[in-house]
Design a protein around this ligand. Structure first.
Ligand code: NAP
Length: 320
């Protein structure tokens, strides 16, 4: 098969398009013929500095397509089903093998490209808001990097749960594109100080919950944006900065900083079922996905470079 691979970490230009051996199907696994690769925020970070499982290494968490092989122990998939899959690597390829537990059926009639975008960002946003963020109707949420994959999901899920939703982004144009998803007020962090704007927007009360997938100095701003008993779901390092923050302001306001890692529980019944519901809701049009642009798999380098140019709102896909 063809795949986008690299032999060493580095900028997007390390990605090459090459022939590699086909993956094998485990007894508890499936193999899909990939129709759409969703480039996750973690894929660009892994390309830059993550571990290489093999040389060449195929990066990538998430891809969707048609099931072409089913392991002997697997009962819930058949050849010909459409499925969206996750794994720690291997998405940037024509064929992709995963454990069936980290694959979800795509309902008939649903565009595979839409479902390709769901499990990691929507599952992560759901856990940040509800399982670990304990969001309740009537509360105010700040979504850092609202135009990110996780951000687009968090804004919608928070809004429909009855929260007031604030979000940050690096430009007014990016914030504008989030309004149809349920954004109540946007903060351009290039031109405004985020905690100060949050205090203005909340009558100096601060927010109840922050979803922070950026980390570093942004995480400091998240802590400073919290109200009394406020919570931060800290879920990523998109800012590519060291995670050095002053946690002092947490104590005085009975505030909480929680780490969230979807991968730790993705194979549990709780998360598996939650993600299947989210895939179904996207298929039914109850949740929106934003697909900013598609690239051919052969131009994975161009797609990664485009994402790192900070122009994408929502997801960039690769099509084999
Ligand atoms: N812990 C978990 O379970 C889990 C699950 C999913 C994702 N994550 C992590 O969450 C983070 C976001 O993932 P994602 O898929 O939502 O990412 P994404 O769609 O690629 O978006 C990342 C966003 O971060 C913002 N950003 C701020 N500083 C940046 C920088 N220096 N370089 C690039 N972007 C920067 C950009 O928006 P602006 O330009 O508007 O600032 C960009 O849109 C990643 O670190 C990922 O690994 C963690």
């Amino acid at each position: 098969m063809k795949a986008a691979v690299y032999y060493e970490n580095g900028p997007p230009g390390v990605l090459k398009y090459e022939d590699v051996p086909d993956p094998t199907c485990a007894p508890n696994g499936i193999v899909i013929k990939v129709e759409a690769v969703s480039i996750e925020g973690g894929d660009t970070l892994n390309r830059q500095g993550g571990a290489l499982m093999s040389k060449p290494h195929i990066v990538g968490y998430q891809a969707a397509g048609e099931v072409v092989q089913v392991g002997a122990e697997v009962r819930d998939f058949r050849v010909g089903d459409k499925a969206v899959t996750t794994g720690f690597n291997g998405s940037h390829a024509e064929l992709r093998a995963v454990a069936a537990r980290t694959a979800w059926k795509i309902p008939k009639g649903c565009d595979v490209k839409l479902a390709a975008v769901v499990p990691v960002p929507f599952g992560t946003a759901h856990d940040c808001l509800f399982e670990f963020g304990h969001l309740k109707a009537g509360e105010t949420v700040l979504v850092q990097a609202g135009a990110s994959g996780v951000g687009v999901a968090a804004i919608q899920l928070a809004k429909r749960a009855g929260a007031r939703v604030l979000a940050t982004a690096s430009s007014d144009e990016r914030l504008e594109r989030l309004k149809p998803l349920g954004l109540d007020a946007g903060i351009n962090y290039k031109t405004h100080n985020v905690p100060q704007e949050v205090m203005k927007l909340t009558d100096n009360k601060g927010v109840n919950l922050v979803v922070d997938s950026v980390g570093g100095s942004t995480l400091q701003g998240s802590i400073l944006s919290l109200g009394y008993r406020g919570r931060v779901s800290m879920v990523g390092a998109a800012g590519r900065e060291p995670m050095r923050v002053d946690v002092g302001p947490l104590m005085s306001g009975n505030r909480t900083l929680s780490g969230v890692f979807l991968g730790a529980e993705i194979a549990t019944d709780r998360v598996h079922n939650m993600i299947q519901s989210l895939v179904n809701e996207v298929a039914e049009g109850k949740l929106k996905v934003l697909i900013d642009k598609t690239f051919p798999l052969s131009d994975a380098a161009g797609a990664h470079a485009y994402i790192e140019s900070r122009k994408a709102v929502g997801r960039v896909l690769l099509i084999p």
